[in-house]
Design a protein around this ligand. Structure first.
Ligand SMILES: *[C@@H]1O[C@H](CO)[C@@H](O)[C@H](O)[C@H]1NC(C)=O
Length: 447
């Protein structure tokens, strides 16, 4: 069968050692010709790799793999770094990322483990945001330290596997790593408690290579409200509704720094206010659709419309509880969410942020990072999805968002906008911060 003529896609070492494009391009032309013929496309018209929607599943999977080899699949959220802390205490010497972790303890016994290099390759992952997540319980304690340690872990992991991973801090770097056959590795910080109310820490995180920050995790910060189980829930009477003035400054400073504002985990009020303030496109790194499953972690339709006018992207999560509000889900449920974002926000504003290694209930057929070609094969069965649409969903939308955020950064800095120096007022007076060092000026020190 025609798919049998395709060079084995698994081993990207071949592409690398030949400088990337030679073998790939030739293989590409062959397959395009074969596919074109198979789909009955005349050779005179521009050739597309899109297989006929009626093609059998194996053909659609082969077509999906070709597509993801040509245009990067960028996943918005993977929590492997936290699992490495949990299981290995961040001791990477005893961590083997090229091994099949599903066969190795303790990974094999955890329902939270879905990621290793063999499966990332099988899943055709082109770029991954690795997440520096630290628990809410560390807020006002050592959240900043833990966050930096997780960033250090991500960088050491990348350095330990240079054949397979490469740090990327811009859209250009992402595409370069992808062309070299390596998985572009980006860093996101999950939870605004990571900056402990400090714009200085925010800037330092950006300098460490972080390119998005989720404004909250499951706890509000003093300046941003998180998604609550019910809008009326009071987790803490002092916590804000939506974004405070300082929270708006955090968003503006993120724009100035070219740090993407991630609105997964925040309340609807925070979503709305962040969208009003942000001059750059925002992302939802791992959220699904509220109209389908009324979980407060999901995105309601009016916000989807605002994300469209903002130019942002909603990266659909694969967590069963967000897909069906239950423990069970299938690939069709993921597709229903993707199609809903497409219908309400448009095909320019949908992406993928599965949340592997951060969840423990996944749809049938998408149980680990190897499943993306199956998802794209299903979408190839729907004539509404053109090849171009699928590239956008896979990663081109996120690349556009990154480029626009980089441009906003340049513009703001060219306009001479200076770093914000606002402080949280409670930091100077609040009892919550009683364990913080307080600067006391000696009596003989000027005045
Ligand atoms: C890691 O796992 C791979 C695949 O199982 C194996 O070939 C390799 O020897 C292992 N490396 C180490 C350092 O144990």
């Amino acid at each position: 069968m025609w798919a049998g003529n395709v060079p084995a896609p698994r081993n990207d070492v071949l592409n690398r050692s030949e400088g990337g494009l030679g073998t790939r391009t030739r293989a590409w032309v062959c397959v395009v010709l074969v596919l074109g013929a198979a789909a009955g496309v005349g050779v005179g018209v521009p050739l597309a790799l899109r297989v006929d929607p009626g093609a059998a599943l194996p053909q659609r999977i082969a077509s999906a793999r070709m597509l993801l080899r040509d245009s990067p699949l960028i996943d918005g959220h993977n929590d492997l770094p936290w699992n490495i802390r949990k299981f290995m205490h961040n001791k990477l010497h005893s961590f083997n990322f090229t091994a099949e972790l599903k066969k190795l303890r303790p990974w094999s016994r955890s329902s939270w483990s879905h990621t290793d290099l063999p499966r990332l390759r099988e899943g055709m992952v082109g770029a991954q945001f690795w997440v520096s997540y630290v628990p809410c319980e560390s807020q006002r304690l050592n959240a900043v330290q833990l966050t930096i340690e997780q960033i250090d872990l991500i960088k050491r992991l990348i350095e330990q596997y240079p054949e397979d991973l490469k740090l990327a801090t811009s859209a250009d770097e992402l595409e370069e790593a992808f062309r070299e056959g390596r998985i572009a590795s980006l860093i996101g910080v999950e939870g605004g408690h990571a900056i402990q109310n400090s714009l200085g820490v925010l800037r330092a995180l950006r300098d460490l290579g972080v390119r998005y920050m989720t404004l909250t995790h499951t706890c509000s910060t003093p300046w941003a409200e998180c998604a609550r189980a019910r809008e009326t829930d009071e987790e803490d009477p002092n916590s804000p509704r939506g974004l405070t003035q300082f929270g708006k400054t955090v968003v503006r400073e993120m724009n100035r720094l070219g740090l993407l504002v991630d609105l997964s985990h925040v309340s609807q009020a925070t979503m709305r206010e962040a969208l009003e303030v942000s001059r750059a496109p925002v992302i939802f790194s791992h959220s699904s659709v509220y109209a389908i499953c009324k979980n407060p972690r999901n995105v309601p339709d009016d916000i989807l419309q605002r994300v469209a006018s903002n130019g942002g992207v909603v990266m659909v999560s694969f967590y069963n509880q967000f897909l069906t509000c239950s423990e069970q889900a299938t690939i069709s449920d993921v597709i229903e969410h993707i199609n809903h974002v497409r219908k309400v926000a448009g095909v320019e504003h949908v992406g993928i942020g599965a949340d592997f290694d951060g969840i423990n209930m996944l749809p049938e057929g998408l149980g680990d990072v190897s499943g993306y070609p199956q998802l794209f094969a299903e979408l190839l069965g729907d004539p509404a999805w053109s090849e171009d649409d699928l590239r956008k969903l896979a990663g081109q939308n996120l690349l556009r968002v990154m480029r626009r955020a980089e441009q906003v950064r340049r513009e703001l800095q060219e306009q001479g906008m200076k770093p914000y120096e606002e402080e949280m007022r409670s930091q100077r007076t609040g009892e919550d911060y009683s364990c913080f060092y307080r600067f006391i000026r000696p009596a003989d020190d000027g005045e």
